[in-house]
Structures are given as C-alpha cells and as structure tokens.
Write a protein that binds this ligand. Structure first.
Ligand SMILES: Nc1ncnc2c1ncn2[C@@H]1O[C@H](COP(=O)(O)OP(=O)(O)OP(=O)(O)O)[C@@H](O)[C@H]1O
Length: 246
C-alpha cells in the first residue's frame, strides 16, 4: 500500500505541494498526471524519502516515513533515464541491490537471477554481459525495469517510464509494466504526462494541480470527464483554465 496524508512542501515562496492526501490500495496501479512543474517529481521524492516534506506523512509498503536506504529494500523504482551504472555489466546492474545488504547473493546466483529477470522483460541472456553504453534507449529501459523487479518488491514506482522512447517502444514498455505489476501483485505509482501511459497502466488516475490531487477517478472517467482542467490536459488543448505560454 502507498499512502500520503496532507503532504506539504515549499521551496521558499513556491508552495509546490499544498496538502496532498491519497491512498493506493494493495495491488492497484495509480497514475499521477500533471503539467510540467506541478510537483510530480517532488511528490515522488517525498514518497521515497529523498525529500523531507514540511508537513504530513507517508506510508509505503507498511513503513511510516521510511528512510530511502530502508525503503530501497522494499520497493522497486524505474528512473526516468533508467539510471544504470555505466561501469557495470547489465547483470550486475540488475542484481545490484541483491548483491549488497544483509544477505547478499553470490555472483553465480546473482547472475542467474539477473538472466531470469532480463528474460521477463524480453532480453536474452547475451544481454547480461553487455555494458549500458552498448544498449539502445529502449533496452536500457528494459534493464531498468528488470532491476526494479529484481527483488520481487511489493511496491513499484515508475518515473516517466516512456520519456524519450518512440511510440512503439513506449507501448512495449507500458505493456511490460502492466503485465509485470499484475504478475507480482504489486502496488504501483507512476508519474507521467503521457496519456498513453495512463490508458495502458492505470487502474486509477489522479491529477496533481495547484499542489493538490485535484481530480481522481478511473481511466474511463479521466477521458470522459467534462471537468475543464482535466479536459484541457487529456486532450492537450492550449485553450482552457490552465494558462499556457506560446
Ligand atoms: N530542490 C529544489 N529547489 C527548489 N525548487 C525546486 C526543487 N525541486 C523542485 N523545485 C520546484 O518545484 C516545482 C515542481 O517541480 P517538479 O520537478 O516536481 O515538477 P514536475 O511536475 O515533475 O515537472 P516535469 O513534468 O516538468 O518534470 C517547480 O517549480 C520546481 O522549480
């Protein structure tokens, strides 16, 4: 489960989060949408303990306001740029966390596990020995996904999973995210401004607007609602309640 209660976060005069409260029940996938600069990344950082909220509380995977190092043992995270270590071969990237900590896996076991997880995201065993620089952007995303699921975590976070991918690869990654999240029975939170990701991976949708969850509902409702802020966003309109610079 992922829960936030009354989260507030400001930078100087900039009140980014102004009381964000929500709950993602176990096994559900929530996609948080919002325009550039609305605070999606700040929200994610507060949930991951990478930023300290000024007010409010979070609970992730049964842990209240966890420290990032502790949380990392319980959640999987797919970063926007995949964030792989260039100096490590793919298999070590995938098994990175499992080779450290209290009960670290040995190299042989870790490599076997990495190969299994790579297969799950559609990459053959030959990929395991390659270095990140030898991979396309789409393959790097797949490796990032394999790393996120390496420890079979009960909670998964996805940060702009389709950023920088062509539409076909974006659809492939979205489909993998959906399948894998379901297979694991994981609770998932994704931040994006890609409406395709909303369609492909969400059970529920929340719109971050003016520092709060302005709107929440099902995918079907998100695309059908007559709410002017939602309509403007889901249809990508320049005209609407949210001012745009041109
Ligand atoms: N460390 C920081 N110091 C000061 N201001 C910050 C910091 N981090 C974020 N902000 C501000 O918080 C606001 C929200 O930023 P955030 O990166 O969360 O937006 P976003 O919704 O993720 O946008 P995008 O979709 O463009 O990535 C912005 O006004 C940004 O300038």
């Amino acid at each position: 489960m992922i829960r936030a209660h009354d989260l507030e976060k400001s930078y100087g005069e900039n009140r980014v989060l102004r009381g964000v409260s929500f709950e993602v029940p176990k096994g559900e996938s929530l996609v948080v949408i919002g325009g550039s600069g609305t605070g999606k990344s700040v929200l994610l950082k507060c949930l991951l303990g990478l930023e300290r909220a000024d007010r409010g509380s979070v609970e992730v995977a049964g842990l209240a306001n966890p420290k990032p190092q502790v949380l990392a043992q319980h959640v999987g995270m797919l970063f926007q740029g995949a964030a792989l270590f260039d100096s490590l071969p793919v298999w070590q990237n995938v098994a990175f966390r499992l080779m450290r900590g209290r009960n670290p896996l040995g190299a042989t076991e870790a490599q076997a596990l990495a190969v299994e997880k790579l297969a799950r995201v559609g990459l053959g065993p030959e990929t395991a020995m390659l270095f990140p620089a030898e991979l396309s952007g789409g393959m790097q995303k797949r490796v990032g996904l394999a790393r996120a699921i390496a420890g079979d975590p009960p909670v998964l976070f996805f940060d702009e999973p389709t950023a920088g991918l062509d539409p076909v690869m974006a659809a492939v990654i979205n489909a993998l995210i959906r399948e894998i999240t379901r297979d694991l029975g994981a609770t998932a939170l994704t931040i994006t401004h890609d409406m395709r990701t909303v369609r492909d991976v969400a059970d529920r949708v929340a719109k971050l607007h003016e520092g709060r969850f302005y709107w929440q509902g099902s995918v079907a409702e998100a695309f059908a609602t007559e709410d002017p802020v939602m309509r403007q966003f889901t249809r990508g309109l320049t005209e609407g309640p949210v001012a745009t610079l041109r």
